[in-house]
Design a protein around this ligand. Structure first.
Ligand code: GLU
Length: 376
């Protein structure tokens, strides 16, 4: 597992987020979706999934498609025009993905998210659970920003950072940014003939940030600057990221076979990065007092089940950080709890099979899942 984070091989990824830029997907002149290219991507995705890799798509292009379809003016659009274009374009985009992946018997499910969804804890958890559920049932989540409701101040505005947030949210191990730029150079290669290509980046230093110029594309909204910002988010979450030109057909396959690309490699695995965040970065909102049997189970790396819980102290909502304490009050760990305090109190000491009757809905078996738990 540790080797994955030194790896520039796509095939080592288990959970891969692929970001498709507008410039690749949509014809700049007529606003049509590049159908044969998309079909080739779909067959690459089908092959990846057949190898057991999970794929999440973050797609741009809604505004680019919708503006032509609605005959909106050339040049830069006003916010409300962009929103109208996105409302129209997202349907057409989703339809196109559904068709090409449908040929491989793969279902597509669309999720439109806003910046707030990635910052507000409860919405974040809901979005994450939906994506995880879709992956579990074998669908490909298709994600874009919900441009129609986001105002300028609260927009991501570019899908590079959105894709990185999504990757962090679902603990992906690989983020692929397909764009019209083949990677990172020491300077803008279209202006400076001495610009050198950088194949691997391990840390986003001020020098790396300085290498990112403005946007090069006239269709999408991301440039190298937003890609470096995405790399920061991604690496902090323990997810490796790769920037490559996606223009040729079968772009995923090409990347796997050594297409020119810049790889950004993290220092920690997604799980370790996540655990660091849980143990250090979050304020504990309550306490879960557990019995000696539960402590032993936790120390063996298992999840915390309601049956091992003796008492819930404090008020918190589902997904917040809580401190897990033994009968003597000593902290044994910290975790993100799967129930809000009200419901958690109702299932103290119960077997997992009794949760449904106590709550009136089918909840999670675990009070705190081991992936969301750090034991000291
Ligand atoms: N959300 C925008 C769209 O779908 C794209 C943003 C971007 O170009 O990165 O049109």
């Amino acid at each position: 597992m540790a080797d994955l984070f030194q790896s520039t091989a796509l095939k080592d990824g288990k959970r891969i987020v692929i970001k498709i830029g507008s410039a690749l997907l949509v014809d700049a002149i007529n606003g049509k979706i590049h159908r044969s290219w998309l079909e080739s991507l779909a067959s690459d995705i089908a092959a990846a999934r057949a190898r057991g890799q999970e794929i999440v798509i973050v797609t741009s292009g809604a505004i680019a498609v919708g503006r032509r379809h609605l005959d909106l003016p050339q040049g830069s659009l006003r916010l409300e025009e962009k929103q109208a274009a996105a409302a129209c374009g997202n349907i057409r985009l989703a339809h196109a993905y559904q068709e090409v992946l449908g040929h491989h018997q793969i279902s597509v499910a669309q999720i439109l998210v806003t910046l707030e969804d990635s910052e507000n804890r409860r919405r974040y958890i809901n979005a994450r659970n939906t994506i995880e559920t879709l992956l579990r049932v074998g669908a490909v989540p298709l994600i874009n920003e919900n441009d129609t409701v986001a105002t300028d101040e609260i927009r991501f505005g570019d899908n590079d950072r959105l894709a990185a947030r999504v990757a962090a949210m679902i603990s992906a191990d690989t983020l692929v940014l397909f764009s019209d730029i083949d990677g990172l150079y020491t300077a803008d290669p279209s202006k400076d003939p001495a610009a050198e290509f950088i194949p691997v980046v391990r840390q986003i230093t001020p020098e790396i940030e300085a290498m990112a110029g403005g946007s090069a594309s006239n269709v999408g909204s991301g440039g190298m600057t937003t890609k470096i910002a995405a790399a920061k988010i991604s690496l902090n979450a323990g997810c490796r990221m790769v920037i490559t030109r996606g223009e040729r057909t079968n772009p995923l396959d090409a990347l796997e076979n050594g297409e020119k690309a810049t790889w950004f490699l993290p220092e920690a695995t997604p799980m370790n990065a996540r655990k660091k965040w849980i143990s250090g970065g979050l304020k504990s909102m309550g306490e879960v007092i557990v019995d000696a049997g539960a402590i032993k189970a936790l120390q063996e790396g298992r999840s915390l089940l309601p049956i091992g819980v003796k008492e819930i102290i404090g008020e918190f909502v589902r997904g917040e950080a809580v401190s897990v304490k033994g009968p003597d009050g000593a902290e044994v760990g910290r975790g993100l709890i799967a129930y809000g305090s009200e419901d958690a109190k109702k299932i103290v000491g119960l077997k997992s099979t009794e949760i449904k009757d106590a709550l009136g809905y089918i909840g999670r078996d675990e009070m705190i899942h081991r992936d969301h738990l750090v034991v000291e």
